[in-house]
Write a protein that binds this ligand. Structure first.
Ligand SMILES: [Fe+2]
Ligand SMILES: [Fe+2]
Length: 354
């Protein structure tokens, strides 16, 4: 697909390269999500028929708020997620690696933009969402509160973190809220490139020296468990969250699979790739279960997960401080853009008047 010679180009490396994504894509392309003329366009009728809710439609307040929260958290994750790898742009080992990494980090900024725009269609202001991020009222994915210590982290992040993100995002291409689903179609395609470039970084390191292989293994050891945490708390048991968010989101067609189902799909897809790379996944309980047809894996440390969510991860404070500083330093750009836009609008009005 990208001219890689290390894996069969027809072999799916991530969820955006599977039939699930293709199905979502053709549903959008063929207008299979559009309602017919004279159809019952009430919220319940649209949800029951798996049709899209659009910004002009009436919707329950709770649905609107759930989406604002979810899309905002997603947007925040995209832009905070620029930091761990952004850290390596100046130190990438070659011009080629630098150009690829720069493109990847820019893509993440673009994802943030699509998502803030999608959230704005629900009647919330982007500046308000950024305030909520900066004041800690809204969260971003806890994975970005871990440091990227070596160049191999750029590989492990692309392969595992983008890979896990895609597993979450492919079902969101069919989200009942139109603007979010459409944003995901494009985001997933770009994430797929991110995941391949991460895989390729690790592949190259694994063909290298002893030290390079050790560096790749170390990055994977540190990234594996936090990547599994990206699917959120388990569906059942002690560590499960209460409150029925998942059930409600599933009934509304926002969420399509439970956290544990997505986590299992990710493990099943990733283990054979680790074998191909020659890397070990840091889980002594990982073994193929012929009965279920899935890989069994060990217990995730949910205590660590909640600590990081609460703000006690190794990088929480630094990530947020960096984000706030970048926002403050960018104030003049926003002011200039606003003045420019107003000028252009005035110009356009004068033209119309003339
Ligand atoms: Fe992204
Ligand atoms: Fe990405």
């Amino acid at each position: 697909m990208y001219g890689n010679d290390f894996v069969d180009p027809d072999e799916a490396l991530n969820a955006a390269e599977t039939g699930d994504y293709e199905a979502a894509l053709s549903q959008h392309a063929e207008g299979g999500l559009d309602r017919g003329e004279g159809d019952d366009a009430s919220f319940d009728a649209l949800i029951a028929r798996d049709l899209r809710i659009e910004p002009r439609d009436a919707m329950p307040e709770e649905y609107r708020e759930t989406l604002i929260r979810q899309i905002a958290q997603h947007a925040h994750s995209e832009i905070i997620g620029m930091q761990p790898e952004g850290n390596w742009i100046t130190r990438a080992p070659s011009l080629r690696r630098k150009a690829i990494l720069m493109a990847k980090v820019q893509d993440e900024a673009g994802h943030g933009l699509y998502l803030y725009s999608a959230a704005e269609t629900l009647g919330v202001d982007r500046a308000e969402l950024l305030d909520r991020l900066h004041s800690g009222k809204q969260k971003y994915s806890s994975i970005f509160n871990y440091p990227a210590l070596t160049w191999a982290d750029a590989g492990a992040i692309g392969w595992l973190v983008d890979g896990a993100a895609i597993m979450n995002q492919v079902p969101l291409c069919r989200c009942s809220y139109g603007p979010y689903g459409r944003a995901m179609i494009r985001v997933c395609k770009e994430e797929s490139f991110h995941q391949r470039q991460g895989f390729e970084i690790l592949w190259s390191l694994m063909q290298g020296t002893e030290e390079q292989r050790a560096m790749a293994q170390d990055a994977v050891n540190r990234t594996w468990w936090p990547a599994l945490m990206m699917f959120g708390p388990p569906d059942t048991g002690e560590a499960a969250t209460t409150g029925g968010h998942t059930e409600q989101s599933m009934a509304w067609g926002i969420k399509r699979f439970s956290n544990d189902d997505l986590r299992q799909k990710f493990v099943d897809m990733t283990v054979p790739q680790a074998q191909k790379l020659g890397l070990t996944l840091p889980d002594p309980d990982l073994r193929w279960n012929a009965e279920t047809g899935h890989w069994d894996f060990g217990a995730v440390d949910w205590g660590e997960f909640w600590q990081v969510v609460k703000g006690n991860g190794p990088m929480n404070a630094q990530r947020l401080a960096h984000r706030v500083r970048a926002h403050e330093e960018g104030a003049w750009v926003r002011e200039a853009a606003t003045v420019h836009a107003a000028k252009r609008a005035r110009g356009a009005r004068q033209e119309v008047a003339a």
